[in-house]
Design a protein around this ligand. Structure first.
Ligand code: NAP
Length: 271
């Protein structure tokens, strides 16, 4: 890929997406960054243009709104921007007992983490297949590899992204289109802003010290996007944990997961 190709990054204004944007801009890729906050997008675009001299297009929109993927696709068609690479990175999770989460929030999360990913792959993947060229990277999570009580719908949404990406990769591999899935573990971004690790039994796993540097996670993502490959779990400890899951009955995995993610009662010390 070179200067004539455009990479669309959802959630490219912060966290892992922004670090991927920096790495791709440094390689001279033209970018289209999509997220909600227009001001933040403009600031990121000028920073990247100033630093790397690359063209950075932005489009502010809420990808958790129904029909968002179609409206983004139509926007790029109108602007005559050909998307050569698609990074489905925008996503969020809610750490809470499932029945205590507001229904509207669950819908928003699934719309962003699942529906938008599937629909953007459908739209842009279809165009890529037609051109017999293209790359897609979907960001899942280590939460995709086991049930995650108190994080139930998020983990299941990421399990969708993982299985969907691997299946789509097989469908498109004979048509010049690569599909990779990145599975980061806890990473030091705004993702955990609303979560107090001291309130979770296995909180040390999510605490600052246990989180990966988003630049390292992004580097693994860019390598996967450009170099090809099916699924990349980021970090040795995460890879070992996921490998271990395969040899343990699912009931045990679910029980251990519950022990780790269980919210602590007020005043209760971590186990
Ligand atoms: N951080 C972790 O520990 C971790 C671990 C595993 C997987 N992941 C996954 O990695 C991906 C990136 O997460 P991150 O940690 O980098 O999160 P982050 O720092 O919170 O960044 C999220 C990005 O997505 C955008 N965004 C959020 N909601 C959006 C919406 N409704 N429509 C459009 N854009 C939206 C945000 O910008 P605006 O707020 O301006 O819209 C921002 O640019 C997510 O899919 C997440 O599930 C994260």
């Amino acid at each position: 890929m070179n200067h004539d190709t455009t990479t669309l990054i959802t959630g490219g204004s912060g966290g892992i997406g922004l670090e991927m944007a920096r790495l791709l801009a440094a390689r001279g890729h033209r970018l289209l960054l999509v997220s909600r906050d227009a001001g933040r997008l403009e600031a990121v675009a000028s920073e990247l243009h100033r630093t790397y001299g690359t063209e950075v297009l932005v489009h502010a929109m809420d990808l958790s709104a129904p029909g968002a993927a179609q409206s983004l696709f139509e926007h790029t068609q109108r602007q005559e921007v050909r998307i050569d690479a698609l990074v489905n990175n925008a996503g969020f999770g809610i750490v809470e007992e499932h029945v205590a989460i507001e229904a509207a929030q669950i819908q928003q999360m699934l719309q962003l983490d699942v529906v938008a990913v599937a629909e953007l792959c459908h739209r842009y993947g279809g165009e890529m297949k037609r051109r017999q060229a293209g790359r897609i990277l979907n960001v899942a999570s280590t939460a995709a590899f086991q049930p995650t009580p108190y994080f139930a719908a998020y983990g299941a949404a990421k399990a969708f992204v993982l299985n969907f990406s691997e299946a789509l990769a097989k469908e498109l591999e004979d048509h010049g289109v690569s599909v990779g899935c990145l599975a980061p573990g806890p990473t030091d971004t705004a993702f955990f802003d609303g979560v107090d690790p001291r309130r979770i039994a296995g909180g040390h796993f999510f605490g600052k010290a246990g989180r990966a540097d988003p630049r390292e996670v992004a580097a693994a993502g860019v390598e996967l996007l450009l170099g090809g490959g099916l699924t990349r779990v980021v970090g040795l400890a995460n890879r070992v944990m996921i490998l271990g899951n395969r040899f343990v009955p699912r009931t045990v995995v679910a029980a251990v997961s519950k022990r780790m993610l269980r919210p602590l009662a007020i005043g209760e010390a971590p186990p």
